[in-house]
Design a protein around this ligand. Structure first.
Ligand SMILES: Nc1ncnc2c1ncn2[C@@H]1O[C@H](COP(=O)(O)OP(=O)(O)OP(=O)(O)O)[C@@H](O)[C@H]1O
Ligand SMILES: C=C(C)CCOP(=O)(O)O
Length: 250
């Protein structure tokens, strides 16, 4: 079973509020549909998709001062952020369904929450049932209720880690706008096994980001027992075929 994230920097123009990158989303949907069609073994046990917020989630969250740690008790703000994420999610679902992928939505706002310490609680039994019925669940970064803070942002990266652990994923991939984690010379780092070794090269995202960017990604993936790959859109087909493009976090 594969957990795959389509980064918001891939499927949106992250520097332009609520602007879809339709061409990149179509390329990603093509790669997913072709793999599901041709190499069912590669996806034995199913595929769970997560997408990021890009310029839909991050711009709206930033506008309301909401992040993974800063919350809001304003339902209007929650609805704007969650609504933008549902809009982006519908674009993703539509592109997949057009290609025969049995994609269905799972909105974290209605299923997940954080406790008073910020720990994520994400039920996965509904995702398991969807997989068993042949669906492709599509989750996404969102806002979720947090004890004592109203609602805070949950990153798609956090969802990937939680899903991979709960569902015992065989493979984990994060498709981003970069070909992998880059070193000082902008060369792709082949493998990362500890955070300190690369901390100095992990910068912020180039555009509005409220969830930690590449540093947060690498930090979260290092918690996993199964290796994860970070790669660019051109590496997506290769990853789905079973290869390890980009950077391996292990
Ligand atoms: N060492 C690094 N290697 C590669 N990218 C880096 C590095 N340091 C910082 N970055 C930035 O991280 C960005 C990718 O992280 P980001 O969280 O924006 O991706 P994403 O997951 O696609 O987006 P979203 O969070 O919207 O889903 C790159 O666009 C780059 O600007
Ligand atoms: C900003 C929001 C609402 C989603 C963040 O998810 P991410 O882009 O995967 O970090």
């Amino acid at each position: 079973m594969i957990v795959l994230k389509l980064g918001g920097s891939v499927i949106t123009h992250k520097d332009r509020a609520e602007t879809l990158d339709g061409e990149s989303l179509e390329q990603a949907a093509d790669s997913i549909a072709q793999t599901l069609g041709n190499e069912k073994d590669a996806l034995k046990g199913g595929l769970v998709l997560v997408h990021g917020g890009g310029s839909f989630g991050h711009h709206n969250a930033s506008k309301h001062g909401v992040s993974t740690t800063a919350g809001t008790n304003d339902a209007g703000a929650v609805l704007e952020i969650h609504g933008a994420m549902k809009t982006l999610n519908q674009f993703v679902l539509t592109r997949l369904l057009e290609r025969g992928v049995q994609a269905v939505p799972v909105h974290p706002f209605s299923t997940a929450c954080r406790d008073g310490d910020g720990a994520l609680e994400l039920p996965t039994s509904q995702v398991e049932s969807m997989l068993a019925e042949g669906f492709v669940p599509v989750l996404h970064g969102d806002v979720i209720a947090q004890t004592g803070r109203g609602a805070t942002v949950v990153s798609g990266d956090e969802l990937v880690v939680e899903l991979a652990q709960a569902l015992e994923a065989d493979r984990i991939g994060l498709c981003s706008t970069v070909p992998g984690v880059l070193d000082e010379e902008d060369a792709v780092i082949d493998r990362i096994s500890n955070y300190e070794a690369v901390e100095s090269v992990l910068g912020a995202s180039e555009t509005t980001d409220v969830t930690g960017g590449m540093a947060g990604k690498v930090n979260g993936l290092l918690e996993l027992e199964v290796a994860a790959s970070i790669f660019g859109l051109d590496g997506l087909a290769s990853f789905l075929e079973g290869k390890n493009p980009g950077t391996t976090i292990e």
